[in-house]
Design a protein around this ligand. Structure first.
Ligand code: PHE
Length: 339
């Protein structure tokens, strides 16, 4: 048997080829499940124990040789350019589609860009928050409905730990750490326990702004909001402010922009009013400043907040909010590619 193995090894060494088919045939002949080496291992079982060591190492030598020989032959055959005739090198390449940014990211970056040119810094904070930063410091009364289980996701049945419902919590954190002047915007993800529909989602994104300094007035707020609306929606955009209520601002307002689809004439997007609601705003309530150890006699401030998906819906005229969360490539690839 030992002699046989030597003969087989000599034959195996003799084989040379650059044809992938022949190499594969060779591999199967030796290494296949019913190949020569498998048969040798089968015979090996009946070899007397004293001779096993010698036979074993011979068969392994054969196996190792064939394995590496196949690899060598394959790499030589792969680097040969003999298949030039088979492949047409003048064919056009596979089309690679450039990636695009998500529309929510595009709009978020645009908004950040507008405010940072006006001297606003960017601040971020945790998505899992406590009651103080989301509600109490912001002057929400104990029985305010926003604290209710129906609006807020609480963590592990501990009513003190919750998912933030707005990024105003970040501004509380900034005010606690820093004395005025403060001029910052806080973009981020927020969570509300709402049924998902074309107009509402349980997760969405906000950007909120805060400016606290000496003598900050409502006129300053109007000015920055008008500037923002015109930068984002075009120079001829009009704004209007309607009185509203938020626990953390007094006075409070909601801002509408003139409908850019019908230029204020009235259409089904603006429900024939000529106006589209875009954000909430107001003068920071003195209680909020005091809660954050800022002297409300020396300082005043304004704040505003908006939903990014909502702004993106207006900007891109998308009617269903859910499209922003489904990640359907046919929807996403319609937005400006990044080069
Ligand atoms: N925090 C408010 C919201 O989530 C928005 C807002 C921010 C309103 C600042 C007024 C001032 O809806």
């Amino acid at each position: 048997m030992l002699k046989d193995i030597d003969k087989i090894l000599a034959e195996a060494r003799n084989f040379q080829s650059v044809s992938p088919d022949e190499i594969e045939e060779y591999r199967i002949r030796y290494l296949g499940r019913k190949g020569i080496i498998a048969a040798l291992f089968e015979e090996f079982r009946s070899v007397p124990p004293v001779e096993k060591r010698v036979y074993g190492s011979k068969i392994n030598e054969l196996k190792d040789f064939v394995t590496s020989h196949v690899n060598n032959l394959r790499s030589i055959s792969g680097s040969q350019t003999t298949d030039r005739t088979e492949k047409d090198l003048t064919l056009p390449g596979y089309p690679l589609e450039p990636g695009t940014r998500h529309p929510v990211s595009i709009v978020r970056n645009e908004i950040i860009n507008i405010f940072s040119r006006q001297g606003f810094t960017i601040s971020e904070g945790p998505e899992i928050e406590d009651d103080w930063h989301v509600f109490s410091a912001l002057n929400f009364p104990e029985e305010h409905p926003a604290r209710d289980m129906q609006d807020t996701f609480f963590i592990e049945k501990n009513p003190d730990i919750l998912l933030r419902t707005h990024t105003s919590s970040v501004q509380v954190r900034v005010m606690e750490k820093q004395q005025p002047p403060i001029r910052t915007i806080s973009p981020g993800r927020v969570f509300r326990n709402e049924a998902i529909s074309a107009r509402a989602h349980c997760i969405f994104h906000q950007i909120e702004g805060l400016y606290v300094d000496k003598n900050v007035s409502f006129a300053d707020l109007k000015q920055i909001l008008l500037f923002f609306a015109r930068e984002l929606f075009g120079e001829d955009t009009q704004i209007r402010l309607r009185p509203s209520f938020f626990p953390f601002t007094e006075p409070s307002a909601e801002m509408d922009i003139s409908c850019k689809i019908c230029s204020g004439k009235g259409c089904n997007v603006c429900k024939y009013t000529g106006w589209l609601e875009i954000l909430g705003c107001g003068m920071v309530h003195p209680n909020v400043l005091e809660n954050c150890h800022i002297d409300s006699n020396r300082f005043s401030g304004y704040a505003f907040g908006m939903g990014i998906e909502r702004v993106a819906m207006l900007k891109y005229e998308v009617r269903d909010l859910r499209l922003y969360f489904e990640n359907d490539i046919r929807f996403l690839k319609q937005f400006t590619p990044v080069f």
